[in-house]
Design a protein around this ligand. Structure first.
Ligand code: SF4
Length: 453
């Protein structure tokens, strides 16, 4: 389906990706650690055996700074930094482990960064052997990591596979050398092909490639070539991210000339091209930038109505709680969120003092939980049913916005519920937005979030 340009233009407004609701910007500036621990223990006791738990680990170091980067990362010329980081990370894990009366059932694990493959295979082994020795790993676990094509070795892939990792994601971004120079990420396409080949030889169930549209110097022709290069590899999943230009929060993005960025209309054409080529080549649109082959677990899970979404993005596992370990990581225990200290020094200082390194967070109200449920239902299943007890709030704040979305044929809705149309699938973030009662910044349309396209 060709998406009308005028709708892409109309809905290209700042809007969150809704990996949490309320979004981080609405959280309190500090968090009561004792209250967090009590909530954590209660949630763990209720859900560990029933649903298992998830862990996200942030490994922040990178060898070089990419100028498009929006992540929490630390550039390091030396690998000496690995040892202390591993030590502190495991100390943090032990602080959480002390709160668990039984062995955690570890169903889902993701390592992100930064560059997780900055760390040596032996240091990665040290982290996971330590965590796994006091955890139960069910057969249907999903363990994944992000690998940099320039420094992922066969040994990395083999080591993590032996530890139980079954999914890997590589940041391909763009295969054009001119663009790679501007984003300071020279990455020969052979490197991408090589690491994917290794991952398949070793036996990984699923390989994802990240591509980015909207980068400086990107044109339709260059984007087409990049997508063709990616399709040649036939990854099981593709994340086709919009470059989020937020120089007010990510200063590194000031290092290239803003005039080199594609204009808003050009960026929309890049998105349209990508979507067309992926779907023509057999990929299914999962929503919110993600595409996958029909036999991939992500598609099967979505078709079974069991897809979930959390800080790691779309996930095939729904677990009772998510523990974020490492600098800037976020934990989600359903009733509350907490974020770790964002600088390595602050993170180390709190863990060395024997404290959980959380510095901000949010305890959800009943209304927050109701709105989060609607947002998750729309993002993961494309539909939701409205509950009677929420009708007063929905009528006051949400329904007037839904009428506008329905007028553009993005949704079908009544007072009973809402269903996203095929056209609306392209605008999931915008359809979630009316349920976001917290983001006053959003309502005022300030430049807080990246744009939807
Ligand atoms: S884009 Fe990835 S590899 Fe590049 S600086 Fe950011 S975190 Fe590091």
């Amino acid at each position: 389906m060709e998406v009308p340009i005028h709708l892409l233009q109309k809905y290209d407004v700042p809007v969150p990706r809704y990996t949490s609701y309320p979004t981080v910007l609405n959280w309190d500036k500090d968090i009561n650690e004792d209250k967090w621990k009590t909530f954590f223990i209660n949630r763990f006791n209720d859900y560990n055996e029933k649903e298992g738990i998830s862990i996200y680990i942030h490994l922040p170091f990178c060898e070089k700074l990419c100028t498009f980067c929006g992540c929490n990362r630390k550039i390091s010329n030396t690998h000496d930094v690995e040892e202390e980081y591993v030590e502190v990370l495991l100390k943090e894990w032990r602080l959480y482990r002390q709160l668990m009366p039984q062995k955690p059932v570890l169903k889902e694990l993701h390592i992100g960064g930064g560059t997780p493959t900055f760390f040596s295979p032996s240091n990665l082994k040290r982290i996971f052997e330590h965590i796994f020795k006091e955890a139960t790993i069910p057969d249907n676990h999903e363990f994944s990591f992000e690998g940099h094509p320039n420094n992922t070795t066969y040994e990395h892939l083999n080591q993590l596979f032996e530890l139980g990792f079954n999914r890997v994601s590589f940041g391909m971004q763009d295969s054009n050398v001119e663009i790679q120079k501007v984003i300071n990420r020279i990455q020969p396409q052979e490197n991408v092909e090589k690491v994917v080949k290794w991952a398949r030889e070793i036996g990984y169930d699923s390989v994802n490639l990240d591509l980015v549209y909207g980068l400086p110097l990107q044109t339709i022709d260059r984007m087409q070539k990049t997508i063709q290069d990616a399709l040649k590899i036939k990854p099981d999943r593709i994340a086709f991210y919009s470059y989020a230009h937020v120089p007010w929060t990510s200063k590194v993005q000031r290092l290239f000339d803003e005039n080199d960025l594609p204009k808003a209309e050009e960026k929309i054409l890049l998105y349209q091209l990508g979507r067309k080529l992926f779907t023509q080549n057999g990929y299914q649109d999962i929503g919110m930038d993600h595409f996958a082959l029909p036999n991939d677990l992500m598609v099967r899970t979505r078709n079974a109505g069991k897809l979930h979404r959390n800080f790691m993005g779309y996930t095939v596992q729904q677990t009772g709680l998510l523990i974020g370990l490492g600098v800037s990581s976020i934990s989600d225990i359903y009733d509350a969120f907490a974020q770790n200290e964002k600088t390595i020094n602050d993170y180390y200082a709190r863990v060395y003092a024997g404290k959980l390194p959380i510095f901000k967070g949010y305890f959800l109200s009943t209304t927050d939980k109701a709105m989060r449920k609607y947002i998750l239902n729309i993002a993961c299943h494309g539909k939701t049913i409205f509950q009677k007890e929420d009708l007063e709030t929905l009528e006051a704040f949400v329904f007037p916005e839904l009428e506008k979305l329905a007028a553009d044929q993005l949704i079908l809705w009544s007072k009973n519920g809402l269903e996203v149309t095929a056209l609306g699938l392209h605008f999931l973030r915008n359809i979630c937005r009316p349920f976001d009662l917290k983001s006053t910044e959003l309502r005022e349309n300030k430049n807080t979030f990246s744009k939807a396209i």
